[in-house]
Design a protein around this ligand. Structure first.
Ligand SMILES: *Cc1c(COP(=O)(O)O)cnc(C)c1O
Ligand SMILES: [Zn+2]
Length: 363
């Protein structure tokens, strides 16, 4: 049996549907019972090719999978000798499917009837899709400013949409108040560590598909669900002596919302309260990233950095990608803008995620 362990006070908990936070307020990580050893690959053409390292019963994930993951990697085609990872080619059109497929399989294993989630868009879409497929009711708390196409997608999955006016943090509070009363399963990509057991496969795939560990991973960071997954994934490979280095993580934030960048540059170990403005990169506009201590530690441990990009750089990167035939959302264009800023040595190999589809952000 896996256990939850508090990030702050190290108290452990059995994995139960109603537990999502430590009584001390700390966030929970996972201690896995069956650490995988030996060959981790199988021949399945999805993220479940690594199912031996993902702590989910076979029955559940086989019923729920939509073939997510194992996305293509293609050369950046811009003379920079690097790769895009095509994570917008997913069942719900963002990388969040990696986490949602694993988390909802876990919910099914725990016989959960209803999940609750709050999201600014893609995470809600992914959780709603996999819940529908699994026959689990899904309440999604969203801001009244969520992109219309993301709301339409939620409706298609018959999610129970709860609109909240106010900040991203107000939306989260509404969801947390609801689960505290109802004891429903909080399928939060931020709080629930099973989500990261899905996003870590991004690292496994990168290593397997390239045939080596790249030098740099460009990673967007709002709440850090892709970033921490990538870090956990490479770390697992490293600890099992499958690889001998962990790539440098270069995280990307928007100039208009950069609480982690600020903290990183000041040498702090938690996020810095900053003034924020609206940004085209709505998917990384998170003012209060709760896993900030873990995120900052991961970046520092890999000798990485955080870059910020402004609105003009995002627009210009969006056009450059479109000119390459790649139609992504602005949040993802920010990743490419960050990559273009990175002073790359000629021999270095960098991986850039194209992890959100442009179709969702068409107004
Ligand atoms: C969710 C999301 C992000 C940001 O991920 P975090 O987990 O908040 O760091 C970036 N890009 C896209 C397309 C997303 O859906
Ligand atoms: Zn605690």
């Amino acid at each position: 049996m896996d256990l939850y362990i508090c990030n702050v006070c190290k108290k452990t908990y059995e994995v139960k549907p109603e537990i999502w936070r430590c009584t001390c307020g700390g966030l929970l990580n996972l201690i896995k019972n069956n650490e995988m050893v030996g060959e981790i690959r199988t021949s399945l053409p999805s993220l479940w090719r690594y199912h031996k390292s993902i702590p989910i019963n076979e029955k559940e994930w086989k019923d729920i999978t939509m073939g997510e993951g194992y996305t293509a990697m293609i050369p950046t085609d811009d003379g920079r000798n690097s790769y895009f990872k095509m994570d917008y080619m997913m069942p719900t059109s963002s990388f969040k499917d990696r986490g949602a497929a694993v988390l909802i399989s876990k919910a099914k294993e725990l016989n959960v009837a209803r999940v609750v989630v709050d999201s600014s868009g893609n995470a809600g879409n992914a959780i709603a899709a996999y819940s529908r497929r699994a026959g689990i009711e899904c309440d999604v708390y969203i801001s009244d400013k969520t992109s219309p196409n993301k709301v339409k997608q939620l409706k298609a999955y018959s999610a129970n949409i709860k609109k909240v006016s106010g900040s991203r943090e107000d939306v989260a509070k509404a969801a947390q108040t609801a689960v505290s009363e109802s004891k429903d399963f909080y399928a939060s990509h931020i709080f629930n560590p099973y989500f990261y057991e899905g996003t870590k496969t991004y690292a496994f795939e990168t290593w397997e598909q390239l045939g080596f560990v790249p030098d740099v991973m460009i990673v967007p960071v709002g709440n850090g669900t892709l970033l921490l997954g990538i870090y956990i994934g490479f770390k697992e490979l490293y600890e099992q002596n499958i690889i001998n280095k962990i790539p440098k993580i270069i995280a990307i934030q928007s100039d208009n919302c950069a609480p982690l960048s600020k903290a990183f540059n000041l040498g702090l170990t938690d996020y810095k309260n900053v003034k924020t403005k609206e940004t085209l990169a709505e998917g990384i506009a998170i003012a209060e990233p709760l896993r900030a201590p873990q995120i900052l530690e991961a970046i520092r441990e890999t000798n990485g950095d955080i870059y910020t990009v402004n609105e003009n750089e995002i627009k210009s990167a969006y056009q450059k990608l479109s000119d390459l035939g790649l139609f992504v959302e602005y949040t993802t264009a920010a990743n490419y803008a960050g990559f273009l800023k990175y002073k790359k040595k000629a021999s270095e190999i960098v991986v850039v995620p194209l992890c959100g589809s442009g179709l969702k952000s068409i107004k």
